[in-house]
Ligand binder design. Structure first.
Ligand SMILES: Cc1cc2nc3c(=O)[nH]c(=O)nc-3n(C[C@H](O)[C@H](O)[C@H](O)COP(=O)(O)OP(=O)(O)OC[C@H]3O[C@@H](n4cnc5c(N)ncnc54)[C@H](O)[C@@H]3O)c2cc1C
Length: 320
């Protein structure tokens, strides 16, 4: 049985949901669970995690850790690894997680698996599962040595809801100078396109093929339903729509009454942002597209035929 150390992530003063997903994964492995909370004045967060299944929670609390720096946080993680001697270190696959995980693995000269969705025990071995080729294949990785570091995709596991209560233990010697200097956080100006409050969202993906089709093909359906338009990341990355249209782990997390996914494959990073929608309709020409796993209604076919027909039917039903 592996002993697992979970590196908690704090967002807006509280635990990130992704941390509780790591607890689920660690608890499934069945071994001992310890966690690490890093920051300044974050004792309450550590207490919270101890009540939510985090096991023995190590608290790295120091004024020098008030803001994120890879040096400072990696130093705290190494202290925790020295103290707990885990077989496995779990970090969320978030921007700070990517930054940290590689640094910790390199410093310890140990193996790392990134972007993992599941971990399976195979005898004494651990198998790390990650999605490849738009989730058409699962790669199964074995990482030798101990400890092993893994970053886990947010949204791939449910948040832990068990009630075990652990203890909080202060970790000493975690402060110090950092080679990286924190300068400032710049919050992007709030745009006028707040999808989090939308009741109906029609999102388009790469399947729409070119930016003009968002106007010509998707917009009539958006208007017929009285919806807001959303998009997958490649659409935004290509500059077809502004970033505030993006749904997913690095975009907006939405839960409208109705979500219509058009020409979107359903990569896990997109699903994280919309799978809690009340009702999901997916239109995709690939019957095996993972979006259908979360859809209440799946339509397999060419969006260029289906979307105009749907828009016309909605308009007609509304008497338009
Ligand atoms: C760190 C990280 C963060 C990310 N964050 C996000 C995020 O926030 N949001 C996000 O969306 N992605 C995110 N991604 C990208 C994600 O992994 C996928 O690459 C992306 O979601 C795929 O977008 P897509 O479904 O539009 O494109 P594709 O995966 O290319 O899918 C296009 C789909 O359109 C279908 N299609 C094509 N033509 C037609 C047609 N004529 N009719 C019907 N269907 C058709 C295809 O069958 C296919 O399923 C992130 C990736 C990383 C690594």
């Amino acid at each position: 049985m592996a002993k697992t150390l979970i590196v908690a992530e704090i967002q807006k003063g509280g635990l990130r949901e992704a941390t509780l997903e790591l607890v689920t994964l660690a608890r499934k492995l069945g071994g001992e669970v310890a966690s690490l909370v890093i920051g300044s004045g974050v004792g309450a967060v550590a207490e919270d995690l101890a009540k939510k299944g985090g096991g023995k929670v190590l608290l790295a609390d120091d004024p020098s850790l008030a803001v994120y720096t890879a040096d400072g946080h990696a130093r705290a993680i190494r202290k925790a690894i020295d103290a707990e001697k885990p077989d496995l270190v779990l970090i969320s696959n978030t921007p700070s997680g990517w930054d940290l995980a590689g640094k910790v693995a390199a410093a310890l000269d140990c193996g790392i698996a990134t972007d993992v969705i599941r971990i399976e025990q195979d005898g004494a071995d651990l198998v790390f599962v990650r999605r490849m080729f738009n989730a058409k294949f699962d790669a199964r990785l074995r990482v030798s040595g101990s400890p092993r570091v893994a970053t886990v995709q947010p949204g791939a596991n449910e948040a832990y809801t068990g009630g075990e209560t652990g203890s909080v233990v202060k970790l000493d010697g975690v402060g110090g100078e950092s080679r990286t200097k924190f300068v400032e956080v710049r919050v992007a100006p709030a745009g006028g396109h707040d999808l989090t409050k939308a009741e109906i969202i029609v999102s388009g993906g790469r399947g729409l093929q070119k930016p003009e089709n968002f106007e010509a093909v998707l917009k009539p359906l958006v208007e017929a339903l009285g919806a807001q338009m959303g998009a997958s990341r490649p659409v935004v990355d290509a500059g077809w729509l502004p970033h505030e249209y993006q749904v997913g782990s690095s975009g907006q997390v939405v839960s409208p009454k109705l979500y219509v996914a058009v020409g979107i494959s359903g990569a896990i990073q997109h699903l994280v942002g919309m799978k809690s929608s009340n009702f999901i309709i997916a239109i995709n020409k690939d019957a095996d597209a993972p979006i259908f796993e979360v859809a209440d209604v799946g339509i397999v076919g060419d969006l260029f035929e289906i979307v105009p027909a749907l828009a016309a039917a909605v308009k007609k039903a509304k008497g338009g």
